[in-house]
Design a protein around this ligand. Structure first.
Ligand SMILES: *Cc1c(COP(=O)(O)O)cnc(C)c1O
Length: 213
């Protein structure tokens, strides 16, 4: 973990930014509690999962045993899991459609907490990926605001195998155009580039935990 933190600090320095403005989210999907515990012991406090069910199986015990942790959802969310997500997660990075705005607003009411969200954008316009179309961002933002859902910013996963920088730059421009400060972008292979382009939240899995099976 210290190596990743060092790289984040270095990229922030090059970008003339403060490393304190960049949240490292340790993505622990597929990893058992025994793999997560050493990171908690080393001081990591923010973690991310991509599946509600997997997180429900793993995290309640870890959250119970350790103070001050926060858990983010970075994977696609089905509307019928919104209630569970509202209880377990402290931030949701995958708000990407009207029906989910409705489901989350209801779930937040029921849970008695408004969980901050990122709007996920399908930045490479890929059929198989989650995220709303670029053109739909302003409309979705307006709907979220009307439903009292706090939106921190925009999130994306750029296409695999091509230079990600143009996609990060586009997401940053869209966030600025819409008055949003948060940018959830950058994974193990490209977080330094994302930081150069303004990422406020980097989602790092394999660089911390090793490759997934
Ligand atoms: C798995 C995942 C990550 C982390 O990916 P790594 O390449 O292992 O760092 C980040 N964001 C999302 C949405 C993911 O599903």
């Amino acid at each position: 973990m210290s190596q990743v933190r060092e790289k984040i600090a270095q990229a922030a320095k090059v970008a003339r930014r403060s490393a304190a403005d960049i949240e490292l989210i340790a993505i622990s999907k597929t990893k058992p509690a025994e793999a997560i515990a050493p990171l908690i012991a080393a001081g990591q406090r923010v973690f991310g999962e991509n599946r509600v069910q997997e997180a429900q199986a793993k995290w309640p015990a870890l959250l119970e045993a350790n103070e001050g942790l926060s858990l983010h959802l970075v994977g696609q969310l089905q509307s019928n899991k919104a209630e569970e997500a509202a209880v377990l997660f402290d931030c949701i990075h995958s708000l990407d459609r009207s029906s989910l705005v409705t489901a989350l607003a209801k779930a937040f009411d029921k849970a008695g907490r408004q969980v901050p969200c990122f709007i996920q954008v399908n930045i490479g316009d890929e059929a198989q990926k989650g995220g709303c179309a670029i053109a739909d961002v302003p409309g979705l933002l307006a709907e979220a605001s009307k439903a009292d859902i706090p939106v921190l910013g925009l999130m994306c996963v750029p296409p695999v195998g091509v230079e990600p920088a143009p996609y990060f730059a586009l997401l940053a421009k869209m966030a600025a155009d819409n008055g949003l400060a948060g940018l959830s972008m950058g994974m193990s292979g490209d977080f330094e580039t994302a930081i150069m382009l303004g990422a406020t939240h980097v989602r790092i899995g394999s660089a911390l935990f090793g490759e997934r099976a």
